[in-house]
Ligand binder design. Structure first.
Ligand SMILES: C[S@@+](CC[C@H](N)C(=O)[O-])C[C@H]1O[C@@H](n2cnc3c(N)ncnc32)[C@H](O)[C@@H]1O
Length: 289
């Protein structure tokens, strides 16, 4: 082996060290994700090639990816794709990177009586971003009419691309909208949303890879983080059917404020659900009138 030739194992160690020196969180995982994408295999499968010497082309591509991540770009944007439930979604600066907790929000909707018992529910996702929630619901629930709305035209363009990639473009509609007040009164069975919920003063203190790369419109929930919930619940009361359900992702310190808001807007059967880390993460309620 020539002195400059490096095995994959060497490159992963060097890459990890390089990312750690640039304070990238989970440096090893980031490096493995980049390498796995280039080798077109799973992260764990990489170790089958540990002693191989990757081609110059692959080594250069890995170096370019590492430089971008070291420069502060989220590894998901560098990869250009990210898995969410059964989908592999295109991800880029136009929309928030789907988070693993949000997969649980989809489960809450799928298991709800409104989803199970309706013949053809109208399901609306407010603040659809990449389309991760509504595309998963269309794929896994099957029956129903599925609409994703977002205030960001850029996010919607990405969501539409993801619908095509998932083969769901005939089954999911996307529309530009501030909130969801334009649906017919009493027409929606399930309203789901992971809105921006971070208080404005906290957004500026977020990690650099989030603050400088993910859209502010996807993060900033106003002074107390609750601005979009207030507007959304006002719309929800108008557009939900009696017995329709609202399913929200929330910040881990927002459980009691959101419960109060849901009560104020007349929802019943209110529940605050925890994520896998045991933190308050979701709120659900039923439209009673
Ligand atoms: C936290 S991101 C969630 C994206 C995606 N649903 C997910 O879970 O990954 C919030 C999204 O809400 C959108 N948004 C913010 N304010 C909105 C509003 N008033 N009406 C509709 N969408 C809004 C943002 O553009 C962003 O795409």
């Amino acid at each position: 082996m020539a002195a400059e030739e490096k095995t994959l194992k060497d490159l992963l160690s060097l890459g990890e060290g390089y990312l750690s020196r640039h304070a990238v969180p989970d440096a090893r995982v980031a490096c493995e994700l980049l390498a796995a994408c280039l080798f077109k295999c799973g992260r764990m499968e990489l170790y089958r090639y540990a002693d191989d010497v990757p081609s110059e082309r692959l080594t250069d591509a890995l170096r370019r990816g590492l430089r971008r991540v070291a420069g502060g770009e989220p590894v998901q944007y560098v990869l250009g794709q990210w898995d969410f439930r059964r989908l592999t979604l295109k991800v880029d600066r136009r929309a928030l990177i789907p988070r693993p907790e949000t997969e649980q929000l989809v489960d809450l909707v799928l298991k709800s009586p409104q989803a199970v018992n309706s013949e053809k529910p109208l399901v609306v996702d407010v603040g659809t971003g990449t389309g991760c929630i509504i595309l998963s619901l269309a794929q896994e629930l099957g029956k129903g009419v599925f609409v994703g709305v977002d205030k960001s035209a850029e996010a919607l363009a990405l969501a539409r691309e993801n619908a095509v990639l998932a083969g769901l473009e005939e089954r999911v509609l996307f529309a530009e909208s501030d909130g969801c007040g334009e649906f017919d009164p009493g027409s929606v069975d399930l309203l789901v949303s992971n809105p921006p919920y971070i208080p404005t003063r906290v957004v500026d203190g977020l990690a650099r890879h989030i603050r400088e790369h993910e859209p502010r419109m996807a993060l900033d929930g106003g002074a107390d983080g609750l601005d979009v919930y207030r507007a959304l619940l006002l719309d929800a009361v108008m557009v939900l059917k009696t017995g329709g359900g609202v399913f929200l992702e929330i910040g881990d310190d927002q459980g009691s404020s959101i419960r109060d808001l849901l009560e104020e807007y007349g929802f019943t059967g209110i529940e605050i659900h925890k994520d896998h880390a045991g933190r308050d993460r979701f709120a659900t309620g039923i439209q009673s009138v």
